[in-house]
Design a protein around this ligand. Structure first.
Ligand SMILES: [Zn+2]
Length: 293
């Protein structure tokens, strides 16, 4: 585990890291801004200060078609994707019989305490990727998570989609969440992060992805199929994504107790995500920018 030193506003403007928005990002932003307007999906009331840009064209059918494959999700993260981003944490490579459960989008009083109770029954430790806005509203729930020995990670302040958000806004949002979430772990909401954003954040964070996505957020997936998603794909060292959110709660209430019982019966234990060493995840400070100047 390493200590991250936090960045200052002036770091965002350092020439050598060049985190300004690339032309192709602006192209992506254009249609997304037109389609959704302000805010972020799931957090429509979040006060995100995103200026609407003025563009003349409407989103094209072709563009929607091109983007649609990215809106689907894969239950198991393919090896090829994992190898494209070797500095991200996808799975524990120790191959011990341990599963790393992660809970995203909390903490909230309606769901998180219930999750903590379920975990306590199996002496399970887990990792909670918290939305800063929720931590600010429910500091007591956040304290409970920490007091019970779980790890927390930064999940931005307003649950921003990195593909859809200007780099400066995105990074400031992460920093805002860091005031409430004291952690070296970061998980990008929706798993969407641009290379330029990751490049900057990896000077301060271990970026934690997953190898098993339960799909508990998917209203078209039955709780039984969600459980099967996990049970059929979990392996020693797997990092599993679940959500302590209202949207997922009905499914989670079915899935989590069964998941814990079945994996426990198979001899698995449950621990926090593996914490990498500095050399494994941090981008060296002198590394050149991924974006054209
Ligand atoms: Zn999330």
């Amino acid at each position: 585990m390493f200590q991250s030193s936090f960045w200052s506003e002036s770091d965002l403007h350092e020439k050598k890291y060049e985190i300004k928005t690339a032309p192709w990002q602006r192209f992506v932003h254009r249609d997304r801004f037109l389609a959704k307007g302000k805010g972020s999906p799931g957090f429509p009331h979040a006060k995100v200060n995103i200026r609407k840009r003025r563009y003349s064209s409407e989103p094209s059918e072709l563009k929607n078609l091109l983007l649609s494959p990215f809106t689907m999700y894969l239950v198991r993260t393919p090896r090829i994707i994992q190898s494209l981003f070797p500095r991200f944490t996808w799975r524990n490579s120790d191959h011990e019989k341990v599963v790393h459960l992660t809970f995203d989008d909390g903490p909230i009083p309606e769901v998180t305490p219930w999750v903590l109770e379920q975990l306590a029954r199996y002496d399970a430790r887990a990792t909670f990727f918290c939305v800063g806005h929720n931590v600010e509203k429910h500091p007591d729930i956040y304290e409970q998570v920490v007091d019970r020995g779980h790890l927390t990670g930064n999940h931005t302040y307003n649950h921003l989609d990195g593909w859809n958000t200007d780099n400066m806004i995105y990074l400031r949002n992460v920093r805002k969440a860091a005031r409430m979430v004291n952690s070296n772990l970061f998980r990008p909401p929706y798993g969407r992060i641009l290379p330029s954003q990751a490049h900057f954040l990896q000077r301060h964070y271990q970026i934690v992805m997953w190898d098993v996505l339960s799909g508990d957020f998917d209203p078209h997936l039955s709780p039984e199929d969600c459980l099967a998603n996990v049970m059929n794909n979990v392996r020693p060292g797997s990092i599993v994504v679940l959500h302590d959110s209202l949207k997922s709660f009905a499914t989670l209430q079915f899935v989590l107790p069964r998941l814990l019982a079945e994996l426990d019966a198979q001899g698995y234990r449950f621990d926090v995500v593996p914490q990498a060493t500095e050399a494994e995840v941090l981008v060296p400070q002198a590394m050149p920018s991924l974006l054209p100047a």
